[in-house]
Design a protein around this ligand. Structure first.
Ligand code: DGJ
Length: 535
């Protein structure tokens, strides 16, 4: 039975956040929140839609010696939000004695640099280990114990059954969230990540004494929500131990349940004092092959256990994929799996090469962020801008409009498939055709090898007016729907950018720029406003 009063409070807070009914009573600006309409989610910041064009710095970059380079990078990237860790070991160096100077420093500097923040609470779990626990905990490994493997050997991963660690984390997280509530009334911080890639590498679950006891007990009835039963293929009235109910995947589901419960306890402690949106990032598994849990980090919200994770952790608003996979099939699958009616899609980490998928995330999600941006830029050399910075430069000025248009279903995106084949988008009485590459007419110069890195986004502004944005692609249109079969032409084609809430034209495209299969965009993204007329 869900008879725990705290749980109910948390459920209400989450429900109010999700449905947008949360009214901020005391702070001067509205609380950031995730609004759900139908199956789409929108992040609202300052009471208005906002798409997070983010960058995450390196793990050890929240230090005075590193921050100038971080800000420099974020400016060069044209990002609007920095994701940056807060280290538990630094915040609570002595048990019960808290030092939030690192939090205040980052708040001050973000405001000076006109940047929003997503703070990452590096605490019990960091990539499945306990490395950010304060020293006083690391020195007491009996009390704050780790996972024991099936062979009885120690595993470098905190046990979700270690209650003193859970209590300590919840206490510190509550203090941290209370600090933000007091010192960040303008909501420079728009979300908080609780833990980092929680779960365990090297053992599917804990096989220590407490874990073994719980594993033999009956599966709690609260596990059997309708969506969990559907996801895991069990009956809602199932009874028995974890092994009896879940068979060969019992170890994994048991670990997932207890990791998520632990994190929910921490999240609830923070949310009670400051109801900012909270999320957990996920080290993914291969979404195409249903591998067994010894092939990935067990205990995280991998695609096979999203409902189970959510049932255990109602105070976590979102589970968010860290996308380091390669290949269209796997990445598009992950985007679909995490953009669910009950889960807003946000990509808190991705590899630099994955900017091909940015437009898809704009269409379906609320934010996108490559990882290690300051480190990558140092490696490239400080003067170098990467491809994503041109995307952000063009798109960030319209981040609020993009979030609004995505909610209205006006944004349609395509990516260049491996076979470079043209893609079609139906837009009422028009059909757009997107071809890829940079050759004239035939889009790929004969025989040329070409990476499939094109992408396009079309925003339907009205019946006959479309904003086309893309790289390495060409846009053309034809009549469809009730205009099918009619001749058509461009009324006007304008190249430009978004400024102060409107399209600002830099030139009209005509003649060679529109006649040979439609206007073309190269390596650097461009924005084109099309007005069409049927004849
Ligand atoms: C994923 C983690 O969440 C990050 O903190 C960082 O360790 C990266 N992996 C490194 O690639």
């Amino acid at each position: 039975m869900r008879n725990n009063a705290k749980w109910l409070i948390c459920q209400m807070l989450v429900a109010m956040m999700v449905t947008g009914q949360y009214v901020q009573a005391q702070t001067s600006t509205p609380m950031p929140q995730i609004i759900q309409k139908g199956s789409h989610h929108t992040l609202e910041v300052d009471g208005k839609p906002f798409f997070m064009f983010g960058g995450q710095c390196g793990n050890s970059s929240n230090w005075p010696s590193m921050l100038p380079g971080v800000w420099d990078t974020m400016k060069t990237m044209h990002a609007n939000t920095l994701e940056i860790p807060i280290y538990w070991e630094e915040v609570e160096p002595v048990q019960g004695s808290f030092d939030f100077s690192s939090v205040q420093r980052i708040l001050d500097q973000a405001r000076e640099n006109d940047m929003r923040l997503i703070l990452l609470w590096f605490a019990t779990w960091k990539n499945g280990s306990n490395h950010y626990m304060p020293e006083w905990m690391k020195k007491d490994s009996k009390k704050y114990y780790n996972v024991t493997s099936i062979k009885g050997t120690p595993v470098d991963s905190p046990s979700p059954h270690a209650k003193p660690a859970m209590e300590a984390d919840a206490k510190a997280f509550r203090k941290f969230m209370a600090y933000l509530k007091e010192k960040d009334q303008q909501h420079t911080v728009i979300m908080v990540q609780v833990e980092n890639e929680p779960g365990t590498w090297g053992s599917v679950r804990d096989y220590g004494r407490e874990a073994q006891k719980l594993f033999a007990q009956q599966v709690p009835s609260e596990v059997f929500t309708p969506s969990v039963c559907k996801e895991l293929g069990v009956d809602k009235n199932a009874k028995g131990s974890w092994a009896q109910v879940f068979g060969e995947r019992a170890d994994e589901y048991f670990h997932v349940w207890h990791v998520a419960k632990y994190i929910n306890y921490v999240a609830q402690a923070g949310k009670e004092v400051n109801p900012l949106p909270l999320f957990v990032n996920v080290a993914l598994r291969d979404p195409l092959t249903n591998p067994s849990a010894d092939n990935y980090e067990s205990g995280g919200a991998t695609d096979n256990v999203i409902s189970l994770w959510k049932a255990a952790a109602p105070c976590i608003d979102m589970v968010s994929p860290d996308i380091y996979l390669r290949g269209d099939e796997a990445i598009l699958k992950v985007i679909d799996l995490y953009a669910r009616k009950d889960n807003a899609l946000m990509v808190p980490e991705t590899g630099g090469a994955n900017s091909k998928y940015l437009y898809k995330v704009i269409e379906k999600g609320i934010g996108f962020s490559p990882f290690g941006v300051d480190k990558r830029r140092q490696a490239l050399g400080c003067a170098t801008r990467d491809a994503l910075s041109y995307e952000y430069e063009l798109l960030n000025p319209m981040n609020r409009e993009l979030a609004q248009w995505a909610a209205e279903g006006r944004i349609h995106t395509v990516i260049e498939p491996e076979d470079h084949s043209e893609q079609h988008i139906l837009l009422g009485q028009w059909e757009a055709t997107i071809t890829f590459g940079t050759g004239r007419g035939n889009n790929h110069p004969q025989g040329a090898e070409h990476a499939a890195n094109g992408k396009a986004m079309i925003i339907q502004l009205s019946d006959n007016e479309f904003l086309g944005i893309g790289t390495n692609c060409r846009f053309t249109f034809n009549t469809a729907g009730k205009n099918e079969g009619r001749a058509w032409q461009y009324l006007k084609v304008k190249e430009g950018k978004w400024e102060n809430g409107e399209f600002k034209m830099s030139r009209i495209l005509n003649g060679d720029e529109t006649d040979w299969g439609g206007p073309q965009v190269g390596e650097k993204p461009n924005m084109i406003l099309f007005t069409l007329v049927a004849r």
